[in-house]
Ligand binder design. Sequence first.
Ligand SMILES: O=C1O[C@H](COP(=O)(O)O)[C@@H](O)[C@H](O)[C@H]1O
Length: 283
Amino acid sequence: MPDTSETAYSYASVFSFPSTGELEDALAQFIIKRQKEALHSYDKFTIALSGGSLPQRLAALAKYPADEVFWDKWHVFYADERAVPLDHEDSNHRLCTEHFFSKVSIPPNQIHTIDASMLDDPESPELDMEELADRYEKLLIEEFANKNAVKFPKFDLILLGMGDDGHTASLFPGHELLTEMDRWVAPIEDSPKPPPKRITFTLPVLNHAAAVAFVVAGGEKAGMIQTVIEHPKEGIPSSRVIPQPKKEKGMQSPKDGSPPKHLFFFLDDEASSKLSHKDSFVL
Ligand SMILES: O=C1O[C@H](COP(=O)(O)O)[C@@H](O)[C@H](O)[C@H]1O
């Protein structure tokens, strides 16, 4: 577990905003900066999204003009998805479509969903969750494996939410999936939060990303945010997200010579109310 101090967090930048509107504007600027950095190195921007409250935090991006956000370069995946049809009320894809994709112009073939053809009857005992996860992993392999020939994909940015129990993506506290160190995408059939059947990125995928940002609002999450940032614990999934991407040529370091940070928290003032330190938001 990383060292933390009362004055600054050595491994993460923690930003807090008085309102969710201000949080959303700052998050949009941050995402655009990451997109520009990615496009300096490659001709695409690979991003993974979550469900829950995250999709509604992305709508601010729609305000930016076409010379700022290059939607045709975006390649979108899901950090986790529920094993339900894509138009089901529990689907993370449905939420992202309603709150975000419907407002912007990402080419639909660059938004990578789970294989809906397997999900006509999500209650069916025949539903092969291993196969569902493997098919999603294959999409990642098509996107990443040739480019980097690495053991794990390296997303330019992964956006995560956090439940008040500390779960993130569909990695739950104390669950055996926290020990999965080989697969990229894993099934879970006993999610403590409904629906029970889901697929999820594994911890190594989260921790190989160039950047991961948690986006969390609300006073009910303040205690867990303090634990994750100031007193991280092995059994709490969000505590285990500490990206350490492989160095690449052109990777930018801060001008002050400090080691680059790859983990970011975008919080509202209620979620950050128990923290002893917050960073100024400077891009
Ligand atoms: O079940 C899930 O929960 C987390 C957290 O959701 P939130 O509503 O508390 O923001 C979410 O990030 C994940 O994608 C989702 O499947």
